[in-house]
Design a protein around this ligand. Sequence first.
Ligand code: TXE
Length: 480
Amino acid sequence: MQKILNYINGKLVEPLSGKYLDNYDPSRGIVYSHIADSEKEDVEAAAEAAIRAFPSWSQMATEDRMKILLRLADLIDHDLDKLALAESIDNGKPVKLARSLDIPRASANIRFYATAAMHFATDAHVNDGDSVNYTTRMPVGVAGCISPWNLPLYLFTWKIAPALAAGCTVVAKPSELTPMTAFLFSQLCIEAGLPAGVLNIVHGLGNKVGQAIVEHPQITAISFTGGTVTGRKIAATAAPMFKKLSLELGGKNPNIIFDDCDFELAMKTSIRSSFANQGEICLCGSRILVERSLYKKFVEEFVKLTGELRVGDPAAEGTDLGALVSEAHLQKVLSYAALAKEEGGQILTGGNRIVLNGEFSAGYYMEPTVIVGLDEKCRTNQEEIFGPVVTIMPFDTEEEALRLANSTGYGLSATIWTENLKRAHRVAHQVKSGIIWVNCWLHRDLRTPFGGMKQSGVGREGGWEALRFFTEAKNVCVKL
Ligand code: TXE
């Protein structure tokens, strides 16, 4: 069975313990490869390699760094089909989604930051003719990048690309649930000629490998995407060490639909923003708020279209939803369907595990689920479910829509559907979320800041923000 090895100091190496974990194919519920079960000592070896590589990588001409990174992006594009299939087998998502979203965005991340670093500039100014100030920015050193399982290669590259482009060296850890594309990526790093030690990928469990990265005294910046509970733990470790910290956490995003919306577009997009990637995207609109005058029509059509979604073999062209990432996660999501009923909610469609035939019979499939009849305070409407489950709530006024939208501890993203320009801006300004989409969803411009308010995170990624995060500013004041 294939072994997923660590990538340390430019080489693919066994974990020092010689131990491996099972890696599952969620669509079949079977072990299909083994993943290095690394320890603190493997992180130590990776950090040493990164420390050694830092002087030459950080001092290399930005253009030369760019050329290497652009080669890497081209290699991803070249291996699009292979990577998309690998991502689908590892995660359970439809191959067509990995092919159209995850993998193209992975190479786009690398290309964007490789070239952005060429245009990254600092300020200089004269202070009333008395002194001149100039600012320099230096790479922070060794960065720790920890990524989740829902968009494996996409979010892995989202973190490492700006770090490498800024001149940092990196110790990275992909999720132990979806390590395969990061492993294939390490092979591409070797092919692209990335110097040894510049990027090190250590596989294994979060509470061992992830924790060791966060605790390492010479890893000075931590960029993390994952669950809010894990984020809190990471902050508790990293903050007293005064590490730079960027936390991209969960969401419970409102999808606000006013009765003057473009109904067909809002409907089509809401199906996608509810169930794309099995609802396992932190930006999914898991709470749909609908103006009462449109509520009945919206719910009827939404339930009908949800029931028509095809759940099944991720490799089949017609599949809309594949498998959830793990048995444990499926059980967690199913438990929320049960909780919704206990809380007095009504499941209009879905709520159950799906058992498919043949080779997929042990896979982790679930019916897309629509729940109504709950108030905003219940746990179903407060906690991140991170699966194919949405609730729909009616509202009467704009004020009520805002109150419902802002009623959770999360503040990652929101979507607003209205043809009223003034209202769109007014509501966008009052929803407490870091990312607002008006009449669209998941449109990304990599130049814009990305991140959440409240418990959805700390710091912003994207564009210059990420290059600033991985560099430290120094101001030099010269008396004239
Ligand atoms: O994620 P974890 P889990 C949410 C979602 C999900 C919940 C839990 O609600 O149900 O989080 O998912 C590493 N120190 N999101 O438990 O644990 C871990 O190995 C350092 C939202 O699977 O947060 C993995 O690489 N690292 C989300 C990464 O953290 C640690 C995406 C994320 O895993 C660690 C995923 C530790 N102590 C889940 N413990 C999003 N925002 O997109 C674990 N890790």
